[in-house]
Design a binder for this molecule. Structure first.
Ligand code: UT7
Length: 334
């Protein structure tokens, strides 16, 4: 059977208008702009209004990706939404997006792989196309982390933001598109980043609310150590799988959690700042939306062009990691 190469044919993103700055946070908890910028690189983040849910912002990003990819919703075969802040436990957010778009023929499901969810979903999506099962797969990362953030916990509330990004996957020219990928998990350390309440372990109750179990709990130092280790390992593995050399990497779009984690990867991989896209100063950590929003911005800023070897690498709740190399298949016009 002829090998089917799969690439990104459309991309779009959306962040809400409402901004919360470090100065705003310093009035809410015992923190300062200096501490947040110095320890994380984050200056401000976006949050949705109370009446907005993940599917609403996912739909906006999806429409932009479809417009960019000149595709009608009725032609989509599959919608995958990566999220840890979906509208409901069920139905899936992907099914709500399917309804909003009018993507009548599409199958739809959500993926929960924490902040690695978008890269996990790209990998899943490409496999449906490379086996010949589907032609057009819409992959979305959408998060409303502000809804599960404890705004009284300075350890976590300074880190997160809301946003959504989407990519359309389709067959592309031979030798281009997704060259290699790696997905991984380390479930034994899962409790270091968790939303403990609201599921079947601790169903929502007066107690879970009183104990704030419906909010994000995190051991930041442990996640940090894990992140630095896996960013390097996952990158090296995926470069080897693609039969490339480190020097052949043209651009890195990393998960946007902490500038110090990105700087450590940049240094170990000897990449140089101009080859790495960073927007966490503006948006904080948007979990599975971080990479597609950053990729969309990098393309619009003309940082990526046809033939470039682009690396995506993420880590997150699970714990999970995911990396992917895409030989960029579109002419973006530098
Ligand atoms: O997508 C995956 C999601 N998570 C992550 O990627 C998080 C990874 N981890 C991190 O980014 C970092 O560990 C943090 C930014 C969360 C924390 O930075 P750190 O340099 O590891 O700080 P720390 O946790 O070691 O805390 C140092 C001090 C502590 O005070 P003491 O115990 O030394 O007196 C904290 O209480 O900083 C204190 N602290 C703060 N101070 C001012 C923690 N948060 C704040 C804050 N403002 N917002």
């Amino acid at each position: 059977m002829k090998k089917i190469y799969v690439g990104i044919s459309g991309i779009g993103s959306y962040v809400p208008d409402k901004v919360i700055t470090n100065f705003d946070l310093s009035k809410m908890v015992d923190t300062s702009n200096e501490w947040i910028v110095d320890r994380t690189g984050i200056e401000e983040r976006r949050v949705v209004e109370d009446n907005i849910a993940a599917s609403d912002i996912a739909t906006i990003a999806a429409k932009r990706a479809l417009e960019d990819g000149k595709t009608n919703p009725e032609d989509i075969d599959l919608i995958i939404v990566a999220t840890v802040t979906g509208d409901h436990a069920f139905p899936s957010t992907a099914c709500i997006v399917q309804k909003n778009l009018g993507a009548t023929k599409a199958a739809a499901f959500d993926i929960n792989a924490g902040c690695s969810g978008f890269v996990y979903s790209l990998d899943i999506g490409q496999r449906f196309i490379s086996t010949g099962a589907y032609k057009k797969v819409l992959v979305i990362g959408a998060e409303t982390l502000s809804k599960i953030t404890d705004w009284e916990d300075r350890n976590t509330c300074v880190l997160f933001g809301d946003g959504a990004g989407a990519c359309l996957l389709e067959e592309t020219e031979e030798g281009l598109g997704i060259l290699s990928s790696e997905l991984g998990s380390k479930g034994q350390d899962g409790e270091v980043l968790i939303q403990p309440g609201g599921g079947s372990r601790h169903p929502a109750s007066e107690d879970t609310i009183a104990n704030k179990l419906h909010y994000i709990k995190m051991d930041g130092r442990e996640v940090f150590k894990f992140a630095v280790r896996v960013m390097e390992k996952a990158t090296i593995n995926v470069i080897e799988k693609a039969n490339l050399k480190l020097e052949e990497l043209d651009f890195l779009v990393p998960h946007q959690a902490n500038i110090r984690i990105i700087a450590a990867a940049e240094k170990r991989l000897n990449l140089g700042k101009d080859k790495v896209y960073i927007n966490l100063n503006k948006y904080g950590n948007m979990s599975s939306a971080s990479i597609p929003v950053a990729l969309d911005e990098a393309i619009k800023a003309k940082k990526i062009n046809k033939g470039d070897n682009v690396l995506l690498v993420a880590f997150g709740a699970g714990l999970t990691w995911a990396s992917m190399i895409i030989k960029w298949n579109r002419e973006e016009g530098k």
